[in-house]
Design a protein around this ligand. Structure first.
Ligand code: SF4
Length: 448
């Protein structure tokens, strides 16, 4: 989502004459767009600010001016503290106010004025971002992100998002579809619909109807030029019938779903304030596989949540064994200041967390490898996304989000082509091109 937000900041600033540069030294303004999810996020921001300060000082020694801004969730959480600890920072603003950037820049340009804007404004920022004509979007070699929902009302006890991104908000259907059309016209073949709880999307549709995500996906998939649709991130308890049916009915919806389980222990899930049980998760996975038998599942896991026992951890391993994940992210629990779990007793010792994480990751890695090995010999459609490390090599994505390395010319960037998978590397596949894209992926699935 920060990638998407950064692109929209660039859109907002373009009419003021700003353009993105590759080299920070050449910048008239540096915006650190920050994320608060990972451990030590705040320390990392201050450490980066140390480097930015040197650039600003060098610019001023040459008689120039540089505006320094901190944006995003760390800015939201730290607020005025940033201006105290790093007085050379000119602007601090949260994720809900960047549509006001032109006004903030004007204020910062006035001598000595510091700007702090961490409101949760009543006016939705999406109504105030550039529309037709000035919108540049984020279309990197055929793929684009599109935020459809923001914020979170779930308050998982380990998470800062409800405090930094604010309450859940779904964009109206018309704005989302118009933006998807612009992205398609700009070259997007694949659109990933984004939201902290994207599957709880409930946007105002035509005629006063409220649309869920399943219906929105079908609409976006129907736009000329769009060949793939994905969405992330989903909350298990919010997977509704319509969305599960979309996995059966909308062939352009890719057969891959990131569905964070976090734990396989009902006791821990309850302490996390997750609204699903391990049994719910198993049943949901089964329903998804009924709807789309080849769907690949991905997940997030936290090990060593406060109070997690050996039996709780064993329940997580059991869930992993039962589901079989194509990939997963797993982390040791680390406290986020201000969240309920951080204040709990029963913190699990670090060596226990490390040992559990190693065991969990061994299983998840084995599952990922088995999933990737099963791809060898198959022909898959791959969207070529970026140049590889070697000349003449491109890296693309399979329908199942696997990275695929293949020989291909730069001209193929942004296109979808068919590759036979020939080898498996630890985190990627190797493929060779087969005849031109004669059949659809659906045909391929039917004959696989
Ligand atoms: S649902 Fe996701 S974003 Fe919301 S509080 Fe839980 S972990 Fe955080």
């Amino acid at each position: 989502m920060n990638v998407y937000d950064s692109a929209r900041m660039a859109d907002v600033l373009a009419p003021l004459g700003y353009a993105v540069v590759d080299d920070a030294e050449a910048a008239d303004m540096i915006i650190l767009n920050t994320c608060h999810i990972r451990e030590k996020a705040v320390e990392k921001v201050y450490s980066d600010l140390g480097r930015v300060r040197q650039l600003k000082s060098a610019r001023e020694r040459r008689g120039g001016r540089m505006i320094v801004a901190v944006a995003g969730c760390v800015a939201q959480a730290e607020g005025a503290e940033i201006l105290v600890r790093a007085p050379f920072v000119d602007m601090v603003f949260g994720p809900q106010t960047y549509h006001r950037l032109p006004e903030m820049v004007a204020r910062a340009h006035r001598a000595g004025e510091k700007v702090l804007d961490t409101d949760f404004p009543a006016e939705p920022k999406f109504d105030h971002l550039p529309g037709e004509g000035s919108y540049r979007g984020d279309v990197g070699a055929g793929t684009a992100y599109l935020t459809v929902q923001e914020g979170c009302d779930k308050f998982c006890t380990f998470c800062v998002v409800p405090y930094t991104r604010g309450a859940e908000y779904s964009r109206p259907v018309a704005g989302v579809v118009a933006e998807a059309r612009r992205l398609a016209a700009a070259g997007a073949r694949e659109i990933t619909l984004l939201g902290q709880n994207v599957n709880n999307y409930h946007g105002a549709g035509p005629g006063g109807a409220t649309w869920g995500l399943g219906r929105l996906i079908a609409e976006v998939a129907g736009i000329d030029g769009i060949e793939r649709v994905r969405y992330t991130t989903s909350y298990p308890a919010d997977m509704d019938d319509e969305l599960i049916a979309a996995h059966r009915d909308v062939t352009k919806l890719m057969p891959f779903l990131h569905l964070p389980a976090q734990s396989g222990s009902d006791r821990v899930l309850q302490a996390m304030n997750r609204r699903h049980t391990a049994g719910d998760y198993r049943r949901l996975a089964a329903r998804l596989r009924d709807a789309r038998p080849d769907i690949a599942l991905s997940s997030d896991f936290i090990v060593g949540f406060p109070g997690e026992t050996d039996a709780d951890f064993a329940a997580t391993l059991s869930l992993v064994d039962d589901i079989g994940f194509a990939q997963a992210y797993s982390f040791k629990y680390s406290p986020r200041p201000g969240t309920p779990a951080a204040a709990r007793g029963e913190q699990v010792p670090d060596d226990v967390k490390s040992e559990r994480l190693a065991r969990l990751q061994a299983r998840l890695n084995a599952q990922q490898l088995a999933f990737n090995r099963a791809s060898v010999g198959r022909v898959m459609e791959v969207l070529m996304e970026r140049p590889g490390r070697h000349a003449g090599q491109l890296i693309g994505r399979s329908p199942f989000m696997q990275a695929v390395h293949a020989e291909a010319s730069l001209a193929a960037l942004g296109s979808i082509a068919r590759f036979r998978i020939t080898a498996v590397h630890p985190n990627s596949l190797a493929g060779v091109a087969v005849a031109d894209r004669a059949a659809s992926y659906a045909d391929e699935r039917a004959t696989a």
